[in-house]
Design a protein around this ligand. Sequence first.
Ligand code: PHE
Ligand code: CA
Ligand code: ZN
Ligand code: ZN
Ligand code: ZN
Length: 282
Amino acid sequence: APDIPVSAVRADLDQLQSIASANGGNRAHGRPGYLASVNWVKSKLDAAGFTTRVQSFSRNGATGYNLIADWPGGDTDDVLMLGGHLDSVSAGPGINDNGTGSASILEVALAVRSSGFQPRRHLRFAWWGAEELGLVGSTHYVNSLSTTDRSRIKTYLNFDMTGSPNPGYFVYSASGQPSGSLRVQQVLQQYFSSIGVQSELTSVGGRSDHAAFARAGIPVGGTFTGAEGIKTSAQAQKWGGQAGVAYDRCYHRSCDTTANVNATALDRNADAIASALWTLAG
Ligand code: PHE
Ligand code: CA
Ligand code: ZN
Ligand code: ZN
Ligand code: ZN
């Protein structure tokens, strides 16, 4: 798998920050900064040769949008899908939550193109709307699929908050998830082991967009660097950072800006995503 340049991920975060700043300080559902974010990500994918589609839905009297991007080729009866939410809360620009996951999967998608990789499986990427209103966009997407199209999606990987300023290195636990999830968990754990990072398993339950896929019986997985939870002293010993302090003190706040990102965590997670994609896509 290619090494994803963290400089490229950070440049994307700068763009999302600029979009928020030009649109009242946020990228929330129903606000102009959200659609501007969708259009910006879409333009990069279109230029790289992805087949993109914007799926609309309605919530709280406003239109929401999911951006779906397919990489042409591969076995369309065996789809590997990666996603993350592109909306922020209305309180701030949402750079760690979830500019980080959004920008990381974008750079991994662009690396598929630049590497010339020809995956055995079909690759699909998604940027979800209205996650912050209750997983609305991802749920709409899964519910909109025909039974056949749903059954073609064999794996869904979710990335929501991958650059927390006081980071943890969490991999979604396969426990209680559809069978097939264990393989995803192990591939992500293996990547962190290979770079000498001791990851921990976390039960993210229904807290992010993988939940709609899991409910449909699709194997899921992902990584996470922590939100409002408090880093323990044992975690600070193995990961560095500050014990007794939240992984992300700016979670859902106006200070979730480009200053609220740990570049090492961002880099390691972007590389973990690439590693998982290359390993799982075959
Ligand atoms: N989905 C949560 C949010 O956007 C963050 C989160 C991600 C929590 C993953 C737990 C696990 O606010
Ligand atoms: Ca890297
Ligand atoms: Zn629809
Ligand atoms: Zn959030
Ligand atoms: Zn989030």
